[in-house]
Design a protein. Sequence first.
Length: 153
Amino acid sequence: MERSTINVVEGSVEHMPFSNNTYDYIICESVLAFVDVNQALEECYRVLKDKGILILNEMSLVQSLNENELNRFKGFYQLQECNTENQWKEKLEQTGFTKIDSLFNSTTIESQPIEISLSPNIDPKLLDMLDEHQRLQQELDGKVGSIVLRCQK
C-alpha cells in the first residue's frame, strides 16, 4: 500500500497562504457564512487552477426570516451573512465562477439528537447556549437549510 503525505496549513480562507493557480479542487464545509464571503470567494478563485473546482456546503435560507429571527440567528452563530440559493449563485458568478450546479438542497435543518453526559460542574451559561441552539433549530426548521454547490473557475 502506498502512503500519502498530507500537509496541514493553518490559515484564513480570506487570506490563503498559497500561490495563484495552485489547486485543482477546494472544498468549503460550513465556512463561508462565518467570514467575509466575497473576500473568501476571491481567494478561492485566486488559488484554483484554470478549470479548478470549488465545492461549497453551506447554510442556505429557504424562506425569508423576519428581522428578529435574522438577528437572533446571525448573532447566536456569529454569522456574517445568510444567503438563499440564488444569492450564493450570484456571489459565485460575480467572482467569476462558471458552471454552477446545485448538487444538494435541503429545506430543513438536519439536526441529530445529541446524546451527551454533562459534567455536574458545567457552567450554566453553556447549558443556556445549548438550550438556545435547540430553540433556534426548532423555530427555524423549514426556513433554514443547507446547500451543496459545485462550480468551476
